[in-house]
Design a protein around this ligand. Sequence first.
Ligand code: IPE
Ligand code: IPE
Ligand code: MG
Length: 252
Amino acid sequence: MVKPSDLIRLPRHVAIIMDGNGRWAKRRAFPRIMGHRQGVKTVRSTVRLCRELNIPVLTLYAFSQENWGRPRAEVSALMDLLYDYLKSELDEMLGNQISLRAIGQIDRLPERVRTCLLDTIERTSSNTAMILNLALSYGGRAEIVGAVRRLAQKCLSGTLNPEDIDEAMFASNLDTAGLPDPDLLIRTSGENRLSNFLLFQSAYSEFYITPVLWPDFDKEELFKALFEYQKRERRFGLTNEQHSESCTAKGF
Ligand code: IPE
Ligand code: IPE
Ligand code: MG
């Protein structure tokens, strides 16, 4: 087992598509909700571990826009789990200096959940050690369209010149404004797709896809992902010689 002290050059932002709760339950002939319940336990241990490792930003894809289309009973069970999670984690977030954020169409969440979410965000807002960013009712395309709409409004009202729109300005109109792009994007349960997650922000993220189901994604699995990340050579479009020179210049 690898110890955290062996870990250097960690990603600044880890984003996780937490997939496989349903299959975890199915394999045990449990109802799907049992898989989600187990998944929440993995959320707790993952947040704790990332905090211990001093990873500054952790984004968790907890509920997609498309997930609203699941059976009503499952959606409502997921909302209950989210509510219980927020209630139960507040003290730990406060104690561990974790600041909660959310991306996605929060307005669509049931009122009780939304109020609790906004309250937790507010109460943890001055915490500085780590940002826990939950993607809830989130869709990357809708986020991009929202940013386009905001910028178009400003152009129409004459406060913005279309010529002045650049990538940085565009990024600052996304829900993730102010956060670094994810360095490492993990997907559990083996699916090779983004499922509408962080489409703009993941342009140069390192992808790590594991067959392990989310409820089984323990400390050792997270370490494996982090070690794999450290082995990757991120070239950002340069040749590998240019990349090595730039690393030397930066002292890596
Ligand atoms: C991920 O697990 C949790 C959510 C999408 C809310 P799934 O529920 O998608 O699990 P599988 O893909 O059916 O195994
Ligand atoms: C992606 O998982 C969304 C979340 C993990 C919240 P899905 O299970 O919804 O994705 P698809 O349907 O396999 O693409
Ligand atoms: Mg799934």
